[in-house]
Design a protein around this ligand. Structure first.
Ligand SMILES: C[S@@+](CC[C@H](N)C(=O)[O-])C[C@H]1O[C@@H](n2cnc3c(N)ncnc32)[C@H](O)[C@@H]1O
Length: 257
């Protein structure tokens, strides 16, 4: 019964999303021919070709792990654009946490982040496999964001210096505070002094409580709001506070251990 109603809800959301996408395509077709979209690195086509549908793959994993996957469907392109907009102008080396089916990965490649300068971390084995198939040239690791310093080291992603930004698609809002703190700490352990963590959340409020930010010496500012996302989502940007920077931890070290 529950499965049936979830199925109906999903079908309705999917139909609505497809409708929005179709309307957007019609609008784009009317754009002047001089509008050139530069695609630096395209994912292999997942729909219409032999690959599985990202939306169905994601939904299946949500059915198996609702808490960890934390969303019924992948993020929309509007949210991906707002996330990428928050990257530092000079960003080169980026880590993505919770890649899902790669909506943010693709947006970052389109933005000009070189595949070899992008490391994607995904905990779910099926989604990890999906990402690996879709994004050849990008390092995609199957692992826990809490272990980011060790993952970065293991993937030899630390050999060319620190990371400029961490783009997080994790469902921080549904995580316990201690886990949120461990993830933020792991992210800032690999980020350079001016590095930032870009996080989205459903609704208008930062998912990280003030006490955690104070404990880690971080500040937060609000980015954009994606009305068309399902559900609508806000972007937040976390950075080290200038008055009390937190000390970077060397790869492999965990707090309190
Ligand atoms: C809300 S989904 C977002 C997926 C994708 N970024 C998007 O926006 O469509 C969260 C993703 O984080 C992954 N995830 C959850 N906990 C994780 C963890 N501790 N480390 C790495 N990935 C994790 C889930 O498997 C899922 O793919």
């Amino acid at each position: 019964m529950a499965g049936l109603s979830f199925g109906r809800l999903f079908a309705a959301l999917w139909a609505w999303r497809e409708g929005v996408a179709r309307t957007r395509r019609l609008v784009v077709q009317r754009a002047p021919v001089s509008t050139v979209i530069s695609m630096q690195h395209r994912a292999k086509p997942a729909r219409g070709g032999n690959g599985p549908s990202p939306t169905l793959t994601f939904f299946r994993q949500w059915l198996k792990n609702p808490l960890s996957v934390a969303a019924l469907a992948p993020s929309g392109k509007q949210l991906a654009r707002l996330m990428v907009r928050e990257l530092p102008k000079t960003a080169q080396r980026v880590v993505e946490l919770g890649g899902g089916t790669g909506v943010f990965t693709q947006a970052m490649l389109d933005h000009g982040i070189a595949p070899q300068h992008l490391l994607v971390v995904e905990l779910n084995e099926e989604l990890h496999k999906f990402l690996q198939n879709q994004f050849s040239g990008v390092t995609v690791v199957c692992g826990d964001a809490c272990q980011l310093p060790a993952l970065v080291k293991h993937a030899s992603f630390d050999t060319e210096g620190s990371v400029d930004a961490v783009v997080s698609g994790l469902g921080l809002l549904s995580m316990p505070r201690t886990l949120q703190r461990d993830i933020l700490q792991a992210a800032f352990a690999v980020l350079g002094a001016e590095g930032r963590m870009i996080q989205f959340t459903y609704g208008p409020v930062s998912p990280v409580p003030r006490e955690t930010l104070d404990e880690l010496g971080l500040t937060v500012r609000r980015g954009g709001f994606a009305w068309w996302n399902i559900p609508p989502a806000s972007v937040f940007v976390y950075q080290r506070s200038r008055s009390r920077p937190i000390t970077p931890v060397r790869a492999g070290e965990r707090s309190g251990s």
